[in-house]
Write a protein that binds this ligand. Sequence first.
Ligand code: SF4
Length: 304
Amino acid sequence: MNRPPSPHPSPLGGEGKGVGRRRQTMREVNVKMITEKVRALCMEANTDLGEDVLRAFDRAIDKEESPLGIEILKELKENARIAKEERVAICQDTGFAVIFLELGQNVHLVGGDLKQAIFDGVRQGYRDGYLRKSICHPFTRANTGDNTPAIIHTEIVPGEKVKITVAPKGGGSENMSRVTMLTPSDGVEGIKRFVVQRVKESGSNPCPPTIVGVGIGGTFEQAALLAKKSLLRSLGSKNQDPELDKLESEILNEINQLGIGPQGLGGRTTSLAVHILMMPCHIASFPLAVNIQCHAQRHKEAVI
Ligand code: SF4
């Protein structure tokens, strides 16, 4: 039997029946748009260092006491200028393609598989931008040939937009990163000790001046993600949490007294910033992660 059409058709395709069911508009986004954005962002991130990083170099040049350190910081600025103007990579290590995806809950993705669409964007971006492919099989070391797989961190957020951030991560600085499970009694002093010691032991390996991402709380894996995510914050901006803002300054002061300096050749500017993200943890735990980022602090974003 044919039923008459509902006077209130649901944009979701149903008829909007059911207690408490509300009308929602879903926005369709074709994953091909995501491929295009990821392609462009991979190239942009690898060739165009952010203005916030360039300003941080300037501030460091003003404060640096080592003539060699000042020279290196000026070279980093010049390197960034050439990379931007000539559309060549800021560094030969064009990194693991780390993608942060904020997916609006009112978005309906159409046109294919989201993960594959992102991988296609990475493939195309690294191919068309002449960027080094750096991803390999862990045992055989055979290169995957197209810089995939990418690492994708997806967060479902309110709204009908898709925000994509591409943050290529170099191996040298990633290798110096660590996760540890402190004990609750280690407290804030335990955090400081571990972070400063990590930077000290890293020496010149992560290509200083670095940005030190710190993740506190959550679980083992969440602490690492917080540390990585903290690196997306604009350099020179304040932490929204006054207590963490103070802790960032204190740790940065200690780090910059280590004398490692730009490229590890001595000086005050071992790190440009410490960024902290924190969340609650289990009563028995105190996870702490340090994700070190080199001076090639690359990330670009787009909103669809
Ligand atoms: S750590 Fe950073 S600056 Fe050093 S080689 Fe790797 S990507 Fe380049």
